[in-house]
Design a protein around this ligand. Structure first.
Ligand SMILES: C[S@@+](CC[C@H](N)C(=O)[O-])C[C@H]1O[C@@H](n2cnc3c(N)ncnc32)[C@H](O)[C@@H]1O
Length: 308
């Protein structure tokens, strides 16, 4: 699968498909929002999502909706697992539009003093996040993760997080948006090198291991429809390389439904209130299903590593 960006053309400059607020081309953050049942998307995003889902259904592969729903359940379990390790501060990188069970709501269920930084490239995502997820222990940042210093050198981030204490680093369904040429491994290394041993790294990433044909078709669709970012399915070995300098916790690098299903405890009871009396968002969708049950993604590999 090609993993280099196409040569830049006139379309790519200005408000072209690589530009996050462009409404003439499908945008990854808005598509994900649509797949999670959100309203922050345009017709171009909904059509792109439905084209992708129809294509995947035709070849019996899991859809984006499956992956998105499952990803939010996985996020909850991964954050809870990190909280169980004593981690109380989180960098949620490529966090997406505020949606069901956001990281700070999951963390504050255990400890209202937990601190969370949300980072996204999309300025509309960041504006929504700043408006909807504001709080004393939350920072939202509009930044490009391809330049980690935009995050690590940011004053608000450094004021909120104590880099002398362990940090939970979350790249959930984000790194497959970066081309090989952009060196996503170097991006992860920059965050690894900024945190102390005992910090945790959580990744969920599209893989071509199980369904190479679906992986290739999905990538090609993102190129043909000029999605704002590609979807690059990588091999298990390439995904494992993100964990260099970390030791994977049990059960290792597995499909999302196989990752600690016993931690399933979703924030999804309508009318629930958190400790401050605010209603918590409903985590929709079914709990994890084993791949092969008709839903559940066998096109993602995920894991959590602890920094050595
Ligand atoms: C598929 S969404 C995943 C959202 C969220 N992590 C989740 O699992 O629900 C990927 C997000 O990564 C963001 N993103 C893509 N490239 C990025 C970059 N270079 N820097 C920061 N964010 C980026 C997109 O804007 C989008 O919101």
């Amino acid at each position: 699968m090609p993993a280099q960006p196409p040569a830049r053309s006139d379309l790519d400059s200005g408000n072209g498909p690589g530009h996050p607020i462009d409404a003439a081309y499908p945008n990854g953050a808005r598509i994900w929002n649509y797949q999670l049942g959100g309203k922050d998307n345009f017709r171009i995003d909904r059509e792109a999502s439905e084209t992708a889902s129809a294509m995947m259904q035709d070849i019996g592969a899991p859809t984006g909706e499956d992956a998105a729903q499952e990803g939010r359940h996985l996020l909850q379990r991964m954050v809870d697992a990190m909280l169980g390790q004593g981690i109380r501060q989180f960098l949620d990188l490529g966090s997406g539009f505020p949606n069901m069970a956001n990281t700070h709501q999951i963390a504050h269920r255990t400890d209202p003093a937990a601190r969370v930084v949300y980072v996204d490239l999309d300025p509309v995502v960041s504006t929504h996040s700043a408006a909807l997820m504001a709080g004393p222990n939350v920072v939202t940042l509009n930044a490009d993760l391809r330049e980690p210093q935009q995050v690590l050198g940011n004053q608000r981030v450094r004021e909120l997080l104590d880099f002398g204490e362990p940090v939970g680093i979350l790249f959930v369904c984000m790194l497959h948006c970066l081309w090989d040429e952009e060196d996503p491994w170097a991006v992860v290394r920059a965050f690894r090198d900024a945190v102390v041993p005992g910090s945790a790294l959580a990744i969920s990433h599209l893989t071509d291991e199980t369904r190479p044909q679906a992986a290739q078709q999905l990538f090609q669709l993102t190129q043909d429809l000029h999605w704002s970012t590609p979807l690059i399915c990588r091999s298990r070995a390439d995904i494992m390389r993100f964990f260099d300098g970390f030791t994977l916790v049990e059960p290792g690098l597995v499909f999302p439904a196989q990752w600690r299903p016993e931690l399933n405890n979703p924030l999804r009871v309508a009318g629930d209130h958190d400790r401050e009396g605010e209603p918590v968002p409903v985590l929709q969708g079914a709990p994890p299903a084993q791949p092969g049950e008709g839903r559940g993604s066998d096109m993602h590999l995920c894991g959590v590593g602890i920094k050595d």
